[in-house]
Design a protein around this ligand. Structure first.
Ligand code: SF4
Ligand code: SF4
Ligand code: SF4
Length: 261
């Protein structure tokens, strides 16, 4: 008699975020059911009632840890998991919770909630600020095809790989006129592909939510952007999602400081 293959034990956790990436997971529907034949979901607060803390083969984490409780849980999950994957831009780069400049938090809390408000949140930082993360599934929200691709690669014992092309590649395949050629800013050339250039196809620029791709020519793009946007606008593009990336700190920030004299 053939023995049934051992199922991968999976935990899906969420920190501070909008839960939109988990909705993408649910929206896989039949494809999610097919994955569930090969994995055991041990813990998923949003998806099932009975959950347990166990050892996990794979933990997917959505959201940004902003309280000490969330940071402690993240560290515990790292200890208990073989693979830990950031799921969505809030987890991989800080995302929406990190858009605000952290130095301005006190000012905005005071303005919105009043002086009595005592926030529980600390800084909004990506998972990699606290623990080693084995792979990042970027996107705000994540793309369904990317979830399936990464899960399939893990289930077949492979190390998932990042896409080897930029958003521009898929943008060209979609037949969009190029914003940069028409004098409008766009971060497509330095952004990892995989989203299908959905924003540009819908009439918006790319703000880089899939993260900076390897070998991106950021200095070259900054020189091009300088000819079509002022410093504040360039800063706004790069701080929407990329504020906590190594590339922002090592290349874009010094560039902006030089521009500011
Ligand atoms: S990455 Fe975007 S869609 Fe996903 S949880 Fe964060 S804000 Fe929501
Ligand atoms: S519009 Fe943006 S994403 Fe599309 S080709 Fe031009 S630079 Fe690349
Ligand atoms: S076009 Fe850019 S901002 Fe939009 S989903 Fe793709 S990577 Fe993210």
């Amino acid at each position: 008699m053939q023995r049934e293959a051992k199922k991968l034990k999976v935990g899906i956790f969420d920190f501070t975020d909008c839960e939109g990436c988990q909705v993408k997971l649910v929206s896989l529907r039949e494809r999610l059911l097919a994955l569930l034949e090969r994995v055991e979901i041990v813990n998923w607060r949003l998806g099932q009632e009975k959950n347990r803390m166990d050892r996990f083969d794979l933990v997917l984490i959505e959201g940004c840890p902003i309280t000490q409780d969330e940071i402690d849980l993240l560290k515990l999950l790292r200890e208990r998991s073989t693979h830990l994957i950031g799921f969505g831009t809030c987890a991989t780069m800080g995302g929406i919770p990190a858009i605000m400049d952290q130095k301005e938090r006190a000012k905005w809390y005071n303005k919105i909630y009043g002086p009595q408000y005592k926030p529980r949140g600390i800084d909004s930082l990506p998972l990699t600020s606290y623990v080693k993360v084995d792979f990042l599934i970027h996107g705000c929200p994540v793309d369904e095809n990317e979830i399936v691709r990464v899960m399939e690669e893990l289930l077949s014992g492979k190390k998932p790989a990042y896409r080897g092309y930029s958003v521009c590649f898929q943008c060209k395949l979609a037949g969009n006129p190029c914003r940069l050629i028409n004098g409008k800013p766009c971060l497509g050339p330095v952004t990892q592909g995989g989203c299908g250039a959905i924003c540009v196809s819908g009439g918006s620029p790319c703000y880089g939510c899939f993260g900076i791709r390897d070998t991106a020519q950021i200095e070259g793009l900054l020189d091009i952007l300088k000819g079509m946007a002022d410093k504040e606008e360039i800063e706004r593009y790069f701080t929407m999602f990329l504020r906590y990336t190594k590339e922002y700190n090592e290349i874009v920030r010094p560039f902006m400081e030089r521009e500011n004299g």
